[in-house]
Design a protein around this ligand. Structure first.
Ligand code: ADP
Ligand code: MG
Length: 703
């Protein structure tokens, strides 16, 4: 084997116990190419092998547990396409079912009836009893010989990895081999100063103990050290980016607040601003008046009045001779913004235009000409705004609504076009826990609207089972009789799924039967419709011509119909928490008491039940966001958030808030006296930062 200068760079293939075939699956399935990658493939759990539970001890609060018992039976159940594998395990106290839905063939082959097993998994309540879905299985024999460590590490694996013998046990074996190789080659990555200030253990000790902890105390210290390190380097990157922006990137200087703003404020403001709105407008004024580029994230729960703040910021831009753009994620939402803003600016001499994918070519050309000549003040639209053909005469501010739907790269394109980039205000209605915001947007400044406009009554939320549908329909009729309108929403997990559309169609049919013409009028909107038809149906509802809007989640974002006071969510157990919260935010916008009714089957997963419980218990978006993070775990996050950036290996943004704060302040302190990391004592840090960045995310895309 060639001696590389850094042994951690050695291709994984050359590790004892790996070889070419295993190397290939390690690369494909786990992104492990080198010794380094394997070293940082941390266990996701440790099992205290001295603790076994009894089947009868399992209750609603049980999380991951270890059982010991005899496998009584093993049976495939159901039609081939929707088959599951069911096994029964008996211990001294009782019997429990184990089930698998995937990888059935392989699992069936690997198990033996009448053998004693150690079973590890998370119980689930289903059909009035507990079972354990997809448990990890080890024969008692293997398990006992493996009891070398009291705290046994478990590594996540996949069917393909397992097929190559790389289950947790397999990983443990190669990890031991790795330790022998690298033990003497794990240099420190933090400065002596930071290590002693924060009383961290050395990196070498942490990396060894995280895989093979001698006891819980050392494991905790190893975790703390590695979490700190991970968060510290993320913060360092983000803060360096911010420094760079503040020092190197010029911004447009918005010197004055002038007539546009003042006329609007004194003549057109439809209501008194909330204190939170005032504060945020002030923050934006300050930012844009420094000559530096503003990069601000505006968080505010659904209905908190972000649009108005956006508009007032845009007016400041106009007052300083600049154009502005407002970008929305969907056409419907762009149209809604256009209408809202036109209405608010009524009587003022301000040119507003709408540009979306469906703007006709001729109209578009005319519009672009006006835009290039500086004759359009505010351009509102969808992704169409960032096409290369769209040239502003002098773009001073870009507002991006519902940011989570825009790719990072798309945002970046906006200011690539200009030498002095426009100020950027990113608005999001998906509440992000503070910790997450710090990790994700650590380079942005954050404003929060933490107050709803006065007079809003919190939406009353209730949960009903499908069998109570008639009762729910009765309630809807009462509401409609009082002049209210109703949403009925169906989940659409994948727009191509025929099944979902069928659910929607069946629902529509049943509603049509229960709410017949001419007494009731119903709109239906779903993702398969042409956008023209969608818009037509939406408009009928917006204008109050229909009483009920039956739809898939296309209405999730933004639509504002104050007279709609009831939101019925079908199959609510299938929605994620943040989606449920967004949907509920569609009602409660007028003065009337609003209601959200969550419909579900009786049978639900524990998580589904928890989500519904959370929704019934609170309307606070931040509380819901925290609950969501806790339920899904940070491991699930990078699939749903902007991918790649938040690729945390060990830190948990919910639980590690304190460490995150330490990491952030250590990074701030460091950059204050050594922004370029040139000082001798910070060379370990500089070197590691370089290493991380050469192999990971393109940080420059974040802002
Ligand atoms: P979001 O933050 O979800 O985008 P919107 O900007 O759509 O919220 O505002 C929600 C509703 O609240 C709109 O109907 C808007 O006109 C109204 N609104 C906004 N600010 C205030 C305020 N200060 N007082 C009363 N109503 C307000
Ligand atoms: Mg909005």
């Amino acid at each position: 084997m060639a001696r590389s200068t850094d042994i951690l760079e050695t291709p994984i293939e050359y590790l004892k116990g790996v070889g070419p075939a295993r190397a290939e699956v390690l690369q494909k399935e786990a992104g492990i190419y080198t010794f380094y990658h394997l070293l940082y493939y941390f266990p996701f759990r440790y099992v205290d092998r001295s603790r076994f539970y009894n089947v009868t001890e399992i209750n609603d609060d049980s999380t991951w547990i270890q059982l010991k018992g005899k496998l009584l039976s093993l049976q495939k159940i159901g039609k081939p396409r929707s088959q599951r594998l069911s096994a029964y395990l008996k211990d001294d106290s009782g019997i429990i079912e184990l089930v698998w839905f995937k990888g059935i063939k392989w699992i069936e082959k690997s198990l033996e009836i009448n053998k004693d097993y150690v079973v590890f998994g998370k119980p689930n309540y289903f059909n009035h009893k507990f079972n354990i879905p997809h448990p990890e299985m080890e024969t008692l024999e293997d398990a006992s010989t493996a009891i070398v460590e009291k705290l046994q590490p478990f590594y996540s694996s996949t069917e393909k990895l397992k097929a190559r013998g790389l289950d947790s046990k397999g990983f443990r074996k190669i990890m031991k081999n790795l330790m022998v190789q690298v033990e003497g080659h794990l240099p420190e990555t933090l400065s002596v100063e930071i290590i002693s200030n924060l009383k961290l253990i050395p990196r070498r000790e942490a990396l060894i103990s995280i895989h093979f902890p001698p006891d819980n105390k050392i494991l905790d210290r190893a975790k703390a050290r590695l979490k700190f390190e991970e968060l510290f380097f993320i913060q360092l990157n983000l803060l360096k980016l911010k420094l760079l922006r503040l020092e190197k990137v010029k911004g447009h200087f918005f010197k004055n607040v002038g007539n546009y703003f003042n006329d609007f404020y004194h003549n057109n403001l439809p209501f008194e601003l909330t204190d939170a709105q005032k504060r945020v407008v002030k923050e934006i004024r300050q930012d844009t008046g420094t000559g530096k580029q503003m990069n601000r994230l505006l968080q505010g729960d659904v209905g908190s009045g972000k649009t108005l703040v956006a508009l007032m910021s845009m007016l400041i831009a106009l007052d300083n001779g600049f154009q502005t753009a407002l970008m929305a994620p969907t056409e419907i939402l762009a149209q809604q913004h256009y209408k809202t803003i036109m209405k608010m600016l009524d009587g003022l001499d301000i040119q507003v235009a709408l540009l979306t994918g469906s703007t006709k070519t001729k109209q578009r050309q005319a519009l672009l000409k006006l835009l290039g000549g500086g004759d359009i003040h505010i351009l509102i639209g969808t992704h169409a705004l960032i096409e290369d053909t769209v040239q502003f005469s002098n773009l001073g501010l870009v507002v991006i609504d519902e940011q989570h739907r825009f790719g990072v790269a798309q945002r970046a394109r906006l200011w690539e076009k200009n030498t002095i980039p426009p100020h950027v205000l990113v608005m999001t209605a998906t509440p992000i826990p503070r910790t997450l915001a710090m990790t994700f947007y650590g380079d942005l400044d954050v404003s929060v609207i933490d107050e709803l406009p006065p007079g809003r009554k919190p939406v009353k939320t209730a949960h009903y089972y499908d069998k109570d549908r008639l009762k729910v329909f009765g309630f809807l009729k009462k509401q409609i009789a009082e002049g209210r309108q109703v949403y009925v929403v169906y989940p659409l997990i994948n727009e191509s799924e025929k099944l979902d559309l069928k659910d929607l169609q069946d629902g529509y049919d049943s509603i049509s039967r229960s709410f017949p013409l001419p007494d009731y009028a119903i709109s239906i909107v779903h993702g398969k419709m042409k956008s023209k038809d969608k818009e037509f149906e939406m408009q009928r509802f917006v204008k109050g011509e229909t009483d009920i809007m039956v739809s898939t989640t296309v209405i999730e974002v933004g639509v504002d119909v104050p007279n709609a006071s009831v939101m019925v969510i079908e199959n609510a157990e299938r929605f994620g928490l943040s989606q449920l919260h967004q949907l509920r935010g569609r009602v409660g916008r007028g003065a009337d008491q609003s209601f959200c009714i969550l419909m579900s089957k009786v049978q639900m997963t524990n998580d589904g039940r928890q989500r519904i419980k959370t929704m019934v218990n609170t309307t606070d978006g931040f509380e819901i966001a925290e609950a969501d993070l806790k339920l899904r775990g940070p491991g699930d996050l990078h699939g749903t958030q902007q991918s790649g950036i938040l690729d945390l290996k060990i830190a948990d943004i919910v639980k590690d808030e304190k460490i995150l704060r330490y990491a952030r302040s250590a990074a701030i302190q460091l950059l204050e006296y050594d922004p370029e990391l040139l000082s001798e004592k910070n060379q370990a840090i500089a070197k590691h930062l370089k290493q991380i960045n050469s192999s990971k995310t393109n940080w420059s895309l974040i802002s």
